[in-house]
Design a protein around this ligand. Structure first.
Ligand SMILES: NC(=O)c1ccc[n+]([C@@H]2O[C@H](COP(=O)([O-])OP(=O)(O)OC[C@H]3O[C@@H](n4cnc5c(N)ncnc54)[C@H](OP(=O)(O)O)[C@@H]3O)[C@@H](O)[C@H]2O)c1
Length: 335
C-alpha cells in the first residue's frame, strides 16, 4: 500500500497541535511528516507516535522535498504566499484560513456535506470557518428533505477560536489584567465583534458564515443572516440556529433525520435536561444538536442549538477528514 508524506504548517498553534493528536488517532497511511512554523518556534520538538520532530522555519524551499499533502493552519497571509508554492510541487494543500474559501475555483469542503467537491480541486482545498462547519453539518440533511428558505445564526464562540492569544486573553482578564487580543476584557463579557467590521455593519466573521453556508450547500440564493458573539468559554462553539422551510415538516421525522445523519449526535431530551454543552463537545469530532422545537412565529420553522469543538471539527479534524478522503480517492483510482 502506498504511504504518503504530509506537511503541517502552523504545527505549533492550537489547530496544529490538535492536528497532531487527530493524526495519531486516525493512523492514516502516512510514513513521513514534517512540521513547519515561524522562526520563533524553529527548533522546538513536537512528538507524533513517540517520534520527535524538529519544527522547521517555513520558507520558499519547504516543499522542495515532495509532499503529497500539506495542512496549513497559520493564517491567511502565510496561506496566500506558501500554498501556491506547495501546490506547484504537486502537494495538495488543505488550508484552514479564510484566504481561498470564496475563490470560485477552490472547493470549500465539509466531508459529511459536500465530499464530491473535493474532486474539483486544482491543488488547494479550503477548510471552512469553524462556526460554519458545525452549522452546515446540521443544516444539510434537513435542507435535503424540507428545502430551507431562510437561516438566522446567533453564535456563542469560544476564545480558542481566536488561537493561543484568545485563550491567554480569557485567562489574563479573569485575573484582572488588560486584554491583548480582544478589544475589551472577555472575562464576564460577551463581545458582539469577531473579526473586523465591514461597511454594512456586519463583521467579517458574520459574512463568512453567510457566504460559506451558501457555497457549501450549493444554495447561492439562500437567505442567511448572522450575529457572531465571542463568549468567555474556553473551547467549543455553541450556536442558536433558526431555520425556516419552504413547506411543512414533521418535527419527529426531522429529529430522526438528524439522528441518522453522519457526524451528528442528537442530544434532545429536555425532560432529563439533556442538550448539547460546550464542555461535553470538547475533545470530540461530532456535531451535537438539541433543543429542537417549532418556531411558532412563522408557518414552517424550527429553532435548534448546535455545539461542536471548534479546534477539532471546526479545523483540525475536518482538514484531516479531507486528507482521508483524498487518500481514499487516490487508492480507489489506483485499483
Ligand atoms: N482556532 C480555531 O478554532 C480555528 C478554527 C478554524 C480555523 N482556524 C484557522 O487556523 C489557523 C491557525 O489558528 P490557530 O488557532 O491554531 O492559531 P495560533 O494558535 O495562533 O497558531 C498559529 C500558528 O501559525 C504559525 N505561524 C505564525 N506565523 C508564521 C509564519 N510566518 N510562518 C510559519 N508559521 C507561522 C505559528 O507558529 P509560531 O509558533 O512559530 O508562532 C503557529 O503555529 C488560522 O488561519 C485560523 O484562522 C482556527
Amino acid at each position: 500500500m502506498k504511504k504518503y508524506k504530509l506537511a503541517l504548517v502552523g504545527a505549533t498553534g492550537l489547530v496544529g497541535r490538535t492536528a497532531i493528536k487527530v493524526l495519531e488517532e486516525k493512523n492514516l497511511p502516512i510514513s513521513d511528516y514534517a512540521f513547519f512554523a515561524s522562526e520563533h518556534s524553529a527548533g522546538k520538538i513536537l512528538k507524533l507516535f513517540d517520534n520527535d520532530y524538529v519544527v522547521q522555519k517555513l520558507d520558499e524551499h519547504s516543499f522542495d522535498s515532495g509532499f503529497d499533502f500539506a495542512i496549513f493552519s497559520a493564517g491567511s497571509d502565510i496561506a496566500k504566499k506558501f500554498a501556491p508554492i506547495a501546490s506547484k510541487h504537486n502537494c495538495i494543500v488543505v488550508d484552514n484560513s479564510s484566504a481561498f474559501r470564496m475563490d470560485k475555483d477552490i472547493p470549500l469542503v465539509v466531508p459529511e456535506v459536500n465530499p464530491e467537491d473535493i474532486q474539483n480541486n486544482k491543488g488547494i482545498i479550503a477548510n471552512p470557518n469553524c462556526s460554519t462547519i458545525q452549522a452546515v453539518v446540521a443544516l444539510k440533511p434537513i435542507d435535503m428533505k424540507y428545502k430551507i428558505k431562510r437561516v438566522v445564526y446567533s453564535t456563542y464562540q469560544a476564545v480558542s477560536g481566536a488561537g493561543q492569544k484568545g485563550v491567554e486573553d480569557l485567562k489574563d482578564t479573569l485575573n484582572g489584567l488588560e486584554p491583548k487580543k480582544f478589544p475589551y476584557p472577555i472575562a464576564n463579557n460577551c463581545l458582539p465583534h469577531i473579526d473586523v467590521f465591514t461597511e454594512d455593519g456586519y463583521t467579517k466573521e458574520e459574512l463568512k458564515m453567510i457566504n460559506e453556508t451558501r457555497k457549501i450547500l450549493h444554495r447561492p440564493d439562500l437567505r442567511v443572516t448572522a450575529t457572531t458573539v465571542r463568549v468567555p468559554v474556553m473551547n467549543s462553539h455553541s450556536e442558536s440556529i433558526n431555520v425556516e422551510f419552504e413547506n411543512d415538516f414533521n418535527l419527529d421525522e426531522l429529529k430522526q433525520i438528524l439522528k441518522d445523519s453522519p457526524g451528528i449526535i442528537l442530544q434532545d431530551d429536555i425532560q432529563n435536561n439533556i442538550y448539547p454543552l460546550a464542555t461535553n463537545a470538547t475533545g470530540f469530532d461530532n456535531v451535537f444538536v438539541g433543543r429542537l422545537r417549532r418556531d411558532n412565529s412563522v408557518p414552517f420553522g424550527i429553532n435548534m442549538w448546535v455545539v461542536a469543538d471548534n479546534i477539532r471539527k471546526g479545523a483540525a479534524s475536518n482538514a484531516i477528514q479531507i486528507v482521508e478522503k483524498l487518500i481514499e480517492n487516490s487508492t480507489s483510482s489506483m485499483l
